[in-house]
Design a protein around this ligand. Structure first.
Ligand code: ATP
Ligand code: MG
Length: 1045
């Protein structure tokens, strides 16, 4: 298995495949001082440094501390390829480099999610600022980028350019000496991409604005502006290109630098300002102030005859007022007078010549100093992570970079050097605390056999400076705040009184003869960890007070320039009471800084300056030895060599590496010590590689740890998988539990609802039954509350039932039986329904059918219950005619003429005598009927003459048409037999309007034969229809019985 370029065996051990890199390690000297054979020898240490520097190997380790020697020449070791080489590679597997340290800190930040800091120390010119820039460059190039902060890397780098222009200057020791302290937090998001930065600045050496030692320069920006600014800009600012024209730039008599081009740097700075995000207006305001300071330096004073001071440089004044955006007159007044308040009364007192000059310089320092503070604040605003929502402080980590002015010993040392060197003392103390002291204490408390390494603890010097009441700063403050006039000399006296016994404090008085010769009476000497420094007390009090006259502050507060207005309004303000002294503020700031640094995991870069001449290839052994000594590098080597490279509490160690051993993964329930023992045994640590203390494990070599760390790295995919699996399992389980719970909730709610509904229904049903039973009991009572429901229900049910069972035809006579209550209503309804049905029926009836119906009604009236064959006829339709058109002879039709045949039917006519049957057609017209024998009309019967129509009550078809016996045209009544006798008689009687003439005789029919002679037809019931002659000349008709049909 391969992982990140390394070969990993099954047990997760990593065997580095970068053997080539290991062998490529430089063979010059040792790359880690810990490996020096003669590690206790200072000479061997220095020789190693010298040999390596000769081969341009500027970096060497002491364990995890990086020692860097300033090569004073550009080396080809900072390219992008080099950065890639160091990225993600173990610290010790590759040649020492500032990139290796940077990468190590970054990896620790990513893996341990712990804030880191890199402390860069060394004396002025040793290469701290350069190292800091290299680290930043490494992060901006190699770290992943966050889309929202894509440009942050270049802005971080550019901010350095700007701050260097305004805060660095050439000193005798360094052409680009930092004149302020800088601590920069680079903020990384959870993905490891830089997202912002925050800078803390410490005590700018403001005195440089108005004075420079010989061979030194003011801050770079002044020279850059004069050299690089185009003619137009200089005209606008009323500046001349020659720096020698400005009093604030001539003191050091060093206008140009051979090593750098102010012109080029000007362009770089201007570009940097715009890249960081400064607006054109802000840059303009900034430059107005810079030019204003230069003009202020040129303001000259004259002394009047009465000792009054006046300004002699009028044009300077007006330029100055214009550039600073203040009222010229007020400024002039404030530069030559002091405003005092006594007993709530304001008094103006003129300043003498010296006072005026010092007020002018104080103003210049204040303006520049506050502008610098504004600049840092503004850069912080612009570099702050913009997306506050996405920038979550908890998930983000920072790497702090500390680049502060180095230890400084000048020919003439003042308050600034005092502060700078005090700062270096503090940082050295921190270094001692975190490396030498705490490490050795740790071994002791953990019970590791340990021979103490002696080192110089500079706490005594720090106390000398900062101790409350007794320390130099306290005495200085006391002098500044003390009543009455105090002088620098009295401050020195007080120091002498209080501190003369201190082993690290010397004054002219307390010094021995040799020292006295190199000390003036106005100096005191501190024996710093890094060497002895004489401090001139002159102006100590002034610089510590850092006072500016009220009236000057008031003028500046009203400036048109927003930077000045803002700078003078905030901070101490005009009416600030009890101002904090500079040294005390610095002391407090340093205290906070130390706290910040202590809260982070530190890495150290110790810078060494090989010579004072800023020359490459020169190795000043004395100088280097001195630095090696005071930086405590020898002690560091010894402690490292004797000690252990790494220590962790059992808990933390086990927590981190437990995945590497099956017995400790995923959880170890035994004692922590046992857990760690099992783990290291499994990892194959040799006994000399580690020791177990009381609560910590100590690992001697970094390499052991790195191999373990690499194994962990290789194990991570498996761990991730295991975590993913269990997380997914957990997630799915919880999801299932949630769903299950939800289902149960829904089910129980639903069941509850159902049960409630059921109970409600049951209740209602019981109630109903109760009402029913009650109603039933009271059903015969008057309609009352008890029976109301029952009766209503009865009614309702009847009506509902009725609705379903209504008769559908008029013939259907069924009707549901109504309860007694509704008997009347039921009748009504029945009638109504019937009427309605009839009405509907009638509406539907066609004329044809109506005619049929009329006939049937008449037939009913005539024959119902009268004649046996009637019921049979009811269901049969009456036809328009029983004869087809063609069955009727044309001749007959012609004979009839206009009298249209309305109905025709075949009949059998029985002769009146002898009763001989003769087939005939009986044709009915509107006014008469005719009997036709084929083509011949045999007899015409006028309806008007018809006196009766007789039929039997039986099922025969006999009909007798009675005619008047006196009608000679007629030969008596007509006896006919017709198969459709009911239809015939109905139609005939209706056409002849002789319905009332129809007689139905039960036994016999008498008829007239001729002229008064009577014939009789007897009807009897028999098996079948038969017409025959009966007794006595009667005609006997046998009709079939009903049951025969
Ligand atoms: N790694 C390096 N490679 C090449 N030149 C370097 C390197 N480090 C430092 N220098 C040179 O040394 C000079 C001084 O370095 P730098 O400004 O970093 O010193 P410093 O320690 O910050 O001093 P100070 O305390 O005065 O600010 C640089 O201007 C540069 O010319
Ligand atoms: Mg510096």
């Amino acid at each position: 298995m391969r992982y990140q370029g390394r070969e990993v065996d099954i047990e997760g051990r990593v065997r580095l495949v970068m053997e080539s890199a290991l062998t490529a390690r430089d063979r010059v000297g040792v790359q880690d001082f810990v490996l020096l054979e003669n590690y206790t020898s200072e000479a061997a240490f220095i020789e190693n440094l010298r040999r390596r520097l000769r081969e341009n190997l500027v970096y060497t380790y002491i364990g995890s501390v990086l020692v860097s020697v300033n090569p004073y020449k550009d080396l080809e070791i900072y390219s992008k390829q080099q950065m890639e080489r160091y990225r993600g590679v173990c610290f010790y597997d590759i040649a020492p480099h500032i990139y290796a340290l940077s990468d190590n800190a970054y990896r620790a930040l990513r893996t341990q999610r712990k804030d880191q800091c890199i402390l860069i120390s060394g004396e002025s010119g040793a290469g701290k600022t350069e190292a800091c820039k290299k680290i930043l460059l490494y992060y901006t190039v190699t770290c992943p980028t966050n889309d929202d902060f894509a440009a942050i890397g270049s802005r971080l780098l550019q901010s350095n350019q700007v701050l260097e222009a305004f805060g660095n200057a050439k000193t005798l020791r360094n052409d680009n000496a930092s004149r302020f302290g800088k601590y920069m937090d680079v903020q990384f998001d959870f993905k490891g991409a830089p997202v912002g930065a925050h800078i803390l600045d410490y005590l700018l050496e403001k005195s440089r604005v108005v004075h420079q030692n010989h061979g030194e320069r003011n801050f770079h920006i002044f020279y850059q502006l004069l050299d690089g600014g185009d003619d137009n800009l200089l005209n606008t600012l009323d500046l001349q290109r020659n720096p020698q024209n400005y009093q604030y730039l001539v003191k050091g008599n060093c206008p140009r630098l051979s090593s750098v081009s102010d012109k080029n740097n000007w362009k770089v700075v201007m570009k940097a300002l715009s890249v960081i995000g400064f607006t054109e207006k802000e840059v303009e305001n900034l430059l107005n102030i810079i030019a204003g300071v230069l003009h202020l330096g040129n303001v000259q004073f004259g002394e009047g005859e009465e000792g009054e001071t006046y300004i002699t440089t009028e044009t300077q004044m007006s330029n100055l007022a214009k550039l600073l955006g203040v009222d010229g007159l007020a400024l002039r007044e404030a530069l030559t007078h002091r405003k005092l308040t006594a007993n709530a009364e304001e008094m103006i007192s003129p300043l003498n010549f010296e006072q005026a000059e010092s007020v002018r310089d104080a103003l210049a320092k204040a303006v520049y100093g506050r502008t610098f503070t504004w600049l840092v604040q503004k850069i912080n605003e612009l570099l702050a992570p913009k997306d506050v929502l996405n920038y979550n402080r908890k998930s983000c980590c920072v790497i702090g970079l500390l680049d502060i002015y180095g230890f400084e010993v000048l020919h003439h040392n003042s308050f600034e050097q005092f502060c700078i060197n005090y700062c270096n003392e503090k940082l050295h103390q921190l270094f001692i605390d975190l490396t030498l002291k705490s490490e050795q204490e740790d071994y002791e408390t953990e019970g590791i056999t340990w021979e103490m390494v002696k080192y110089f603890d500079n706490k005594i010097i720090c106390d000398l400076i900062e101790e409350k009441h007794k320390g130099i700063i306290s005495i200085l403050d006391e002098e500044c705040l003390g009543p009455g006039e105090t002088w620098d000399a009295s401050f020195l006296e007080k120091l002498e009184d209080t501190l003369s016994d201190h082993p690290h404090f010397v004054t002219h008085k307390s010094a021995n003869g040799k020292t006295r010769r190199v000390m003036s009476k106005e100096e005191f000497r501190l024996l710093h960890y890094a060497g002895e420094v004489n401090y001139d007390v002159n102006s100590f009090l002034d610089k510590n007070r850092d006072m500016l006259n009220w009236n000057l502050k008031e003028v500046m507060c009203q400036s048109d320039n927003p930077i000045l207005r803002h700078s003078f309004r905030t901070g101490e303000g005009i009416y600030h009471k009890g101002p904090e002294m500079v040294a005390t503020k610095f002391k407090n700031d340093l205290k906070k800084l130390v706290e910040i640094l202590k809260s982070k995991q530190p890495s150290y870069v110790r810078c060494i300056k090989p010579n004072d001449a800023k020359q490459p290839e020169r190795f000043d052994e004395v100088l280097v030895r001195h630095q090696v000594k005071y930086l405590g590098l020898g002690e560091t080597v010894r402690v490292r060599r004797a000690g252990f490279a790494y220590r962790r509490t059992f808990e933390a160690f086990l927590q981190r590496y437990k995945p590497l051993c099956p017995e400790t993964w995923p959880n170890w329930y035994g004692s922590l010590e046992d857990g760690v023992s099992i783990l290291v045994n499994h990892l194959g640590y040799k006994p000399e590689e580690y020791k177990l203390g009381r609560s910590k494990i100590f690992i001697r070599f970094h390499k052991t740890l790195f191999i373990t760390e690499d194994a962990l790295e290789a194990k991570r995919p498996d761990m991730a998988l295991a975590l993913q699996t269990s997380w997914r399992g957990y997630r799915e389980r919880s999801k299932y539990q949630r769903i299950r719970h939800a289902v149960i909730v829904i089910q129980s709610a639903w069941r509850g609802m159902k049960a409630r509904r059921r109970a409600k229904r049951r209740r209602q049903a019981a109630e109903l039954i109760r009402r029913f039973i009650k109603g039933f009991i009271y059903r015969h009572e008057e309609y009352c509350a008890e029976n109301k429901y029952f009766l209503d229900h009865i009614r309702y049910s009847f009506l509902k039932n009725l609705r379903k069972n209504l008769p559908e035809t008029v013939l259907d006579k069924s009707w549901p039986t109504a309860p007694p209550l509704l008997a009347e209503a039921s009748d009504h309804l029945r009638r109504l329904h019937m009427r309605n049905m009839v009405r509907k029926y009638c509406r539907r009836v066609q004329p044809e059918w109506k005619k049929q119906m009329v006939h049937k009604v008449v037939a009913s009236e005539l024959f119902k219950d009268q004649k046996d064959s009637y019921p049979q006829s009811v269901g049969r339709l009456f036809l328009d005619s029983r004869l087809e058109q063609e069955q009727i002879s044309l001749k007959v039709i012609q004979t009839l003429g206009n009298d249209k045949v309305q109905y025709g039917v075949p009949v059998i006519k029985y002769d009146r005598r002898g009763f001989k049957p003769r087939p005939r057609q009986l044709l009915l017209t509107n006014t008469f009927a005719v009997l036709v024998e084929r083509t011949k009309i045999k007899q015409r019967i006028d309806y008007a003459a018809l006196t009766g129509i007789s039929l039997s009550s039986l099922r025969d078809g006999m009909v007798v048409l009675h005619l008047p016996s006196d009608d000679i045209k007629q030969k008596g009544d007509v006896v006919l037999h017709c198969n459709h006798v009911i239809e015939l008689v109905t139609k005939l009687s209706m056409m002849a309007t002789k319905v009332n003439y129809v007689n139905i005789s039960p036994g016999s029919i008498k008829f007239t034969v001729a002229r008064g002679k009577q014939g009789v037809i007897d009807f009897v019931r028999g098996s079948e229809l038969k017409v025959s002659k009966g007794k006595r000349g009667h005609l006997l008709v046998t009709s079939p019985r009903i049951d025969n049909t």
